[in-house]
Design a protein around this ligand. Structure first.
Ligand code: DQA
Length: 144
């Protein structure tokens, strides 16, 4: 399976962010853990701090023939109707992931523009949120 993994703003700073919410690993460590866990699958990893760049990659995901898409939009989760609209336009299996538990932090993080345009949301388990999310989309793709 070929899975596109998209990260939004400030996730390139993992390793320097609040360890309580995000752990001490870097984004490259996270990529390595995912690739090591799912050895039979291929991953394309993309990170940007720019909303428009994230939207461009989402818009092209179908024509690039990915089987599924995983996105952690970072703070754009709580602000970006534009990213929501881009996700709504593509029909492949999509999952939203967060390292932290956004339902149990500041109130502004409870606003989530993405969740109902993705098939499922995984959060609060740091790297394990990703492992569970990828397992979920793999099952979804295989069940089609
Ligand atoms: C995050 C949660 C967001 O609220 C925050 O802005 C992030 C990371 C997470 O993975 O827990 O940058 O998406």
């Amino acid at each position: 399976m070929n899975i596109l993994v998209i990260h939004g703003p400030n996730l390139n700073m993992l390793g320097k962010r609040d360890a309580k919410h995000y752990g001490t690993f870097t984004l490259d460590d996270l990529y390595a853990e995912i690739a090591d866990y799912f050895v039979d699958d291929e991953f394309s990893f993309f990170q940007s701090n720019h909303e428009g760049e994230l939207i461009d990659v989402i818009q092209h995901a179908e024509e690039e023939n990915y089987d599924a898409l995983l996105i952690n939009p970072g703070a754009y989760t709580h602000t970006s109707i534009a990213i929501r609209d881009a996700l709504e336009l593509i029909y492949m299996p999509k999952v939203e992931v967060h390292l932290s538990d956004i339902e149990n932090r500041e109130d502004f993080r409870k606003i989530d523009y993405i969740k109902d345009v993705c098939h499922e949301r995984f959060m609060g388990k740091k790297i394990d949120s990703y492992i569970e999310a990828i397992q979920f989309i793999k099952n979804l793709v295989l069940s089609k």
